[in-house]
Design a protein around this ligand. Sequence first.
Ligand SMILES: Cc1cc2nc3c(=O)[nH]c(=O)nc-3n(C[C@H](O)[C@H](O)[C@H](O)COP(=O)(O)O)c2cc1C
Length: 413
Amino acid sequence: MNLQKELLLPCGAKLQNRIAKSAMSENMSPRHHGPTKALIRAYQSWVDGGSGLLITGNVMVDRKAIGEPGNVIVEDKTDFALLQEWASIVKGTGVHLWPQLNHPGRQAIGFINNEVVAPSAVKTKVKGMGVMFKQPRALTEAEIYDIINRFGNTAAIMKEAGFTGVQIHGAHGYLVSQFLSPLVNQRKDQWGGSLKNRARFVLEIYRNIRKKVGDHFPIGIKINSADFQRGGFTEEESMEVVQLLGAEGIDLIEVSGGSYERPAMIGSSQKKSTQEREAYFLDYVNKVRKSLSTPLMLTGGFRTVATMERAIAEGELDVVGIARPFTLYPDLPNRIFAGDLARLDIPSPKTGLQMLDSSGFLDIKWHEVHIHRLGDGKIPNPKLSAYLVIAYNLSETMRELVYGLPIFKKSGK
Ligand SMILES: Cc1cc2nc3c(=O)[nH]c(=O)nc-3n(C[C@H](O)[C@H](O)[C@H](O)COP(=O)(O)O)c2cc1C
């Protein structure tokens, strides 16, 4: 099978096959935000499943800026032994394990952050969920340099702990993607305005990481093909940015799209025909492929092995990225390679409340619960009720309200 072929990355590292688990925020580390034993157990089941690459859920680079209540945060060596334990599960297996490094910027849940920052003071607007987000403050230039440095710092710690690469989260409306978007980035200095200026942040992050991890360590990025918002980061601009990153020597470009405001990444705002055709952002990949030699990974909507196999065979992309199906089929690569899995059927949980069902929130939370089940050694439950998932999420949020509010925290931990 073409999906079983190795892939050589520009830095010299090899992926053992073409199937990657894309990042899924696990939300399993409340309060102290270190990796937990349950989180490591969930990853063990994915390591045993035979992927070429496992990308972790987003790991925050700054304790002052948390996307969700249970994110792992790595800004120093506080949890180094646990990080080593997490990374050790891929030793000798051939599977790559890359943490996805992120700063949420304005797209951070308000009640768990004292203050929210962004390129400019433009608030996240999600229909019906406005209370979740705070008005952000524009970053100072010194703070921008501090965040760039933090990406490099966290990458260096992860490398020392034994992770085999890193991915920059440059997609889905988080800070890197906010800098790229002219809607959110209205700065008048060297970080805003022209595309060259808006792309400076991500390029400086890449350079900072590269300086700290060396030339032979894989660095990837997840980037939006577009934000799908009028006045936002466009497809043409995205194509220019991937060229710039390719010229810098980045190892793997994962293509996605959208943000909380327009959740195209999980298909919520995609046309039915696009969903049925699978691979939501394939048109973009076909265009970018012509002028880019950097390995490309595409994530979003892959559900049949025939489509995945064809995309690799025809050279449209190099790595097939899969997220939600991995919570129900943790061993999907091995089963695909053995020929006993042709389709990745996943349910589409619904409450009947249009706003909730179309926001993407429910879908994400449903799969998040399944990652928690994996961590507890439980088998997947495709029939799990959407209402139970909402109740579970509310109870977790309440727990965080009691234990996790910054005002209750000592020494910012
Ligand atoms: C529970 C859950 C959490 C997610 N967390 C992240 C994340 O931390 N970082 C990220 O880049 N994408 C995240 N995503 C998006 C996925 O990586 C992927 O882009 C999306 O689900 C589409 O791929 P799929 O159709 O194979 O699920 C998440 C998706 C889900 C379902």
